[in-house]
Design a protein around this ligand. Structure first.
Ligand SMILES: Cc1cc2nc3c(=O)[nH]c(=O)nc-3n(C[C@H](O)[C@H](O)[C@H](O)COP(=O)(O)OP(=O)(O)OC[C@H]3O[C@@H](n4cnc5c(N)ncnc54)[C@H](O)[C@@H]3O)c2cc1C
Length: 291
């Protein structure tokens, strides 16, 4: 590929390192193992994969009020909501169903919140992929500052073949310890009297007083929050794992920048879409001022 000025890559935390490695920019030995001629030995490409590991406390609801669900009344409300939206541009279907959230600390010694919880007015099992009859609500828990890091490697030099993604969730002990503590606090919140009229059985049981049971259940059910980032991270001169410099230029090459979630050195402490948009805006400013 040729460009008169420069190329800006924005293929995301999986796509950008994949394309770079397939183009010969990445960990030299890994590229050679796949028969790719290295253009630049950049050991940081594909490393430092980060994400917010997340878990759900899902409750069946004793009543259908204030929740979305699969039931005759749930469907009727949805149809009425569609009509309301067409007429007035408001109502139930304008809701993202996770409108309230809280940031909290797992211990008074923690300086800033290390957990996020969103309240979802529905059963959000497996990111909504597993459907259940009836109504419910869920507490969606995110570990705000995970310390585990994973990696993206190539399965093949062909970019139409999916890369090998290993998030290595819970590889740092801090993550499990904090998520267990955060889950216990969330269970306390969800057992407050205000939820009494609604609270039915939990879909996946967590035992507030048994941290080992919580840990086992998290290992079985916690998974991605889709906040993947960090695989071409920014870093200072002299850092061999830094893929881009402070102006998003790929170190060791000319005319190549990266503007997506892969440049984040560490995952932000909450949802990353807005910060990624800010990276794009900042990249546009830098490209203009460097032109
Ligand atoms: C299901 C889901 C739900 C999410 N929910 C939220 C949320 O509620 N709040 C929040 O803050 N964030 C959320 N996120 C995260 C947010 O969407 C991402 O952090 C953000 O979009 C990352 O932006 P990006 O530019 O780095 O990558 P992307 O938005 O992934 O863009 C990368 C683009 O590159 C393209 N691409 C990749 N490989 C190639 C290739 N080989 N050739 C050509 N094109 C390629 C892709 O098709 C894609 O269009 C969610 C993500 C997912 C997947």
């Amino acid at each position: 590929m040729r460009a008169r000025r420069e190329i800006v890559m924005s293929a995301g935390a999986f796509g950008t390192p994949q394309i770079l490695m397939a183009s010969g920019v990445g960990p030299g030995q890994h590229l050679q193992d796949l028969g790719i001629r290295p253009v630049l030995d950049a050991p940081g490409v594909g490393q430092n994969l980060q994400d917010h590991i997340s878990a759900l406390l899902i409750y069946r609801s004793l009543v259908t009020d204030h929740t979305v669900g699969i039931s005759p009344i749930g469907v009727a409300r949805l149809l009425a909501g569609m009509w309301q939206w067409r007429r007035h541009r408001r109502g139930v279907i304008t809701s993202c169903a996770a409108e309230s959230g809280v940031y909290y600390r797992t211990s008074p010694d923690v300086e800033v919140s290390d957990m996020e919880m969103e309240l979802i007015v529905g059963i959000g099992d497996d990111h909504g992929r597993k459907l259940h009859l009836g109504h419910g609500y869920s507490a969606h828990l995110l570990l705000a500052r995970p310390k585990s890091t994973g990696e993206v490697r190539l399965a093949s030099p062909d970019t139409t073949v999916a890369p090998l993604i290993d998030p290595r969730y819970f590889s740092h002990p801090y993550d499990m310890e904090t998520l267990v503590a955060g889950t216990r606090i969330a269970l306390d919140i969800m057992s407050q009297p205000v939820f009494d009229p609604y609270r039915g059985d939990m879909l996946i049981h967590y035992d507030r007083d048994d941290p080992d049971q919580i840990e086992r259940t998290l290992r079985d059910h916690a998974d991605t929050e889709y906040h993947v980032c960090g695989t071409c991270r920014m870093g200072p001169d002299g850092d061999p794992m830094a893929v881009v410099d402070s102006r998003l230029r790929v170190r060791g090459l000319e005319g190549l920048r990266i503007a997506d979630a892969s440049v984040m050195p560490t995952v932000t402490s909450n949802n990353i879409n807005a910060p990624v948009i800010m990276i794009g805006e900042k990249a546009a400013d830098m490209i203009r001022s460097d032109a």
